[in-house]
Design a protein around this ligand. Structure first.
Ligand SMILES: C[S@@+](CC[C@H](N)C(=O)[O-])C[C@H]1O[C@@H](n2cnc3c(N)ncnc32)[C@H](O)[C@@H]1O
Ligand code: SF4
Length: 286
């Protein structure tokens, strides 16, 4: 059985607690391709090295910013065929390290297909670029600061700056039963059958696909483990940036990838959604 089809996504986002929105206000009724949420990765650079980072950032030997042209071209092609995305997370690594964040936020502000843009940050860098703050001042943006306890003093500087600039923000508090961190296991093939994989994917809480280096993957773990050569790429992405693929064909490929899949090959190399994932310390440095 499929997990996501258009009706599922619409109902899901209508009732989603973290979306301060009535989705009917944002739908005209003629949308064909609606994607709930995507991560757009702008950099693999980070100022922390969390042992259990779910996006695998500390495994990059040569972390770097995603080239601006790649980002803007892939976003442009993506939004040429996708009618609505409720939430775009602009992530890293640490997104506020990326020098062209201003241009990415400006681009997302300009696209009516995007309802809400969220910047998840570890709170430990205060950007200085006035153009970025101007762009973040657009009311569809929100900065979400991860409150990693041992770094509290430094994140206060970012909070002060966001307040001064009038930017909408919130702090993600990690507690004994809120926003736990998990270890999703290694990248070996678990040998699960189709029924087991479909059950697993239905239970998996990741609802944000990942747009990284012009390709759309089912999740950030799949994107970065494939990029790092830890598992095969086949069946795990749509190449949004490949300009030899017509927009009509790209739309068809995305519809199949988002709406028709019961699971992805990467699910067989992950324990998320199985109940097998141990809780690990939040943001413990390696
Ligand atoms: C990968 S981080 C990137 C943004 C930023 N550097 C940060 O740490 O907030 C995005 C979100 O994933 C969460 N996260 C990272 N590793 C995780 C894990 N193993 N389990 C659960 N959440 C995780 C972080 O706490 C953060 O809220
Ligand atoms: S979870 Fe830690 S290592 Fe990973 S991106 Fe966020 S701050 Fe960086």
């Amino acid at each position: 059985m499929r997990k996501y089809d258009r009706e599922f996504i619409l109902n899901h986002y209508k009732n989603h607690y973290s979306f301060h929105m009535d989705i009917s206000e944002h739908l005209k009724g003629d949308e064909e391709l609606v994607v709930g949420s995507i991560d757009v990765c702008v950099t693999t650079r980070c100022n922390l090295a969390c042992k259990g980072c779910g996006s695998l950032m500390p495994l990059y030997g040569h972390p770097e910013d995603v080239d601006l042209e790649t980002l803007l071209l892939s976003l442009d092609r993506f939004f040429s065929v996708v009618d609505r995305v409720f939430r775009v997370n602009v992530v890293g690594g640490e997104p506020f390290i990326c020098p062209h964040m201003d241009r990415v936020i400006e681009f997302l502000n300009s696209r009516d297909e995007v309802i809400w843009t969220v910047v998840p940050s570890n709170g430990l860098v205060v950007p200085k670029n006035p153009r970025l703050f101007k762009a973040l001042g657009n009311p569809k943006n929100h900065v979400r600061i991860s409150h990693y306890e041992h770094f509290d003093d430094r994140s206060k500087l970012l909070i002060t700056k966001l307040r001064e600039e009038g930017i909408d923000y919130s702090v993600k508090e990690f507690g004994d039963d809120t926003f736990l961190w998990y270890d999703f296991g290694d990248y070996e093939n678990r040998g699960r059958n189709s029924a087991e994989l479909a059950n697993q994917y239905r239970s998996c809480e990741v609802e944000w696909m990942s747009l990284y280096q012009g390709k759309l993957y089912p999740c950030p773990r799949a994107a970065h483990s494939i990029d790092l050569g830890l598992q095969p790429a086949e069946g795990n992405y749509v190449d949004v940036l490949d300009e030899t693929i017509s927009l009509e064909r790209l739309k068809f490929q995305l519809e199949e990838f988002v709406y028709e899949a019961s699971y992805y090959p990467a699910c067989n190399r992950c324990d998320r959604g199985t109940g097998l994932c141990p809780v690990i310390p939040v943001a413990e440095q390696g």
